[in-house]
Design a protein around this ligand. Structure first.
Ligand code: AMP
Length: 398
């Protein structure tokens, strides 16, 4: 048996350490080894589960790896189930093309040894950790990007970080080509990113099933993020205000639409009502409506006002967050279509299968930018996509 297949077999048997793969050529060889082994063992090609990350791993990343290994979304609510992976692959690559020059590429947390330790415990078999030079060789300038029409102008996150989604869609497409997984797993924590990757993969006919895992949170509700290490202790104490505000708003919006998930309803109650004087509420409502229409881009839809219900919810979220002194600018509060990621003026306009609406916030606390979202309507970690797309995976003859 060839070298990589032997190493992989030993890793899968728990007799060897995880395989660290640095180059595209090695990754291709390891991928062939996955199929060689699966053919021998099961008489079919391998089911390869893949979780792309930028490292500095936390329990959010690990939950995706758990789901990828077992093949089920383990939130007890979703009916979506993927096949268990024969081989679990994670990537660690801090992708320079998704960082703007003003962003934190050089100081992005890097915790390689700890990451390996955590990956070992999840049963990951292979970690693909290419260098930037391997992914973007300077000798042959990189000229091919995956760009989604309208995403930079059409979504507030795209507008706030021009080029970010292009960088993400490009690197993930390239990682998909290198790893050739059957299933890939992303976190709802980055909800619009999930929609973008789903869309780019569908549009380009990428034969990989994409799954979304729920957002893993600290006990006080703060969404786990590699960037949380930037927070001072006072900022860390204030940071859960985002999720509390989102939960309060989601609970009251969902009360008029679909049943509220117990966990959200509870957190919403705990956070209590926000006390906003009428003048502040009015000013915030106007800001919310203005920034919303600015975010919608050109065309007839640009002038479509947010429904009063959403204006009120957005204003309340802004006020709740602003009431924490540590917070700076609330960059946006947006309601997006769970299927397209485009901002919505009314919840009923969602085109998602289950009417899912993604309520997202980006807010600055000190120099750190925090992002969070919840799904209103639909199942919380289900953005309203069909169970699988495309309805086949490599090697299964479906
Ligand atoms: P990153 O390393 O931040 O690029 O994230 C890698 C993957 O982990 C992405 O699919 C993220 O959406 C996901 N992720 C990040 N934070 C969380 C979290 N708190 N819960 C679940 N998934 C997460």
């Amino acid at each position: 048996m060839a070298g990589w297949a032997t190493k992989l077999e030993r890793r899968l048997a728990g007799e060897a350490d995880l395989l660290v793969v640095r180059t595209l050529a090695e990754m291709a060889a390891v991928r062939r080894a996955c199929d060689t082994l699966a053919l021998e063992r099961h008489g079919r090609f391998a089911r390869v589960g893949f979780v792309p990350t930028m490292g500095a791993l936390h329990d959010g990343h690990l939950s995706l790896l758990d789901v990828a290994r077992a093949g089920a979304l383990n939130d007890g609510r979703s009916s979506r189930v993927a096949p268990p992976s024969d081989v679990l692959v994670a990537s660690i690559f801090v992708n320079p093309t998704q960082f703007a020059p003003t962003e934190d590429l050089s100081k992005y947390p890097r915790t390689w040894e700890l990451d390996l330790e955590r990956l070992r415990r999840t049963g990951t078999a292979v970690v693909f950790a290419p260098t930037a030079v391997e992914m973007y060789p300077p000798a042959s300038p990189f000229r091919t990007f995956v760009t989604l029409t309208g995403i930079d102008e059409g979504s507030p996150e795209g507008a706030a970080r021009p080029g970010f989604f292009r960088g993400v869609a490009t690197v993930v497409t390239k990682l998909f080509n290198a790893v050739q997984p059957t299933d890939a797993y992303f976190g709802q924590k980055d909800g619009i990113q999930c929609v973008v990757l789903r869309t780019s993969s569908r549009d380009l006919g990428v034969p990989i099933r994409i799954h979304v895992g729920h957002t893993v949170r600290e006990c006080d509700g703060l969404a786990m993020s590699s960037r949380n290490v930037y927070l001072s202790s006072a900022q860390r104490q204030a940071a859960p205000a985002i999720y509390k505000a989102l939960s309060t708003a989601a609970a009251s919006l969902a009360a008029t639409a679909a049943p509220v998930p117990a966990e959200l309803a509870q957190l919403g109650r705990r956070s209590g009502p926000a006390h906003v004087d009428p003048a502040t509420a009015e000013r915030m409502a106007q800001q919310a409506a203005l920034s919303h229409s600015a975010q919608r881009g050109q065309g007839a839809a640009a002038s479509e006002p947010l429904s009063p219900q959403l204006v009120q919810a957005a204003a309340r979220i802004r006020a709740d967050i602003a009431s924490e002194r540590e917070f700076g600018e609330v960059q946006y509060v947006t309601f997006s279509d769970g299927a397209t990621g485009q901002p919505l003026a009314r919840m009923e306009d969602s085109t998602a299968r289950n009417g899912a609406v993604l309520l997202s916030v980006a807010a600055k606390i000190g120099s750190t930018r925090l992002l969070d979202n919840v799904v209103i309507r639909g199942v919380p970690n289900d953005l309203g996509w069909p169970a699988t797309h495309p309805p086949y995976s490599w090697g299964e003859g479906e």
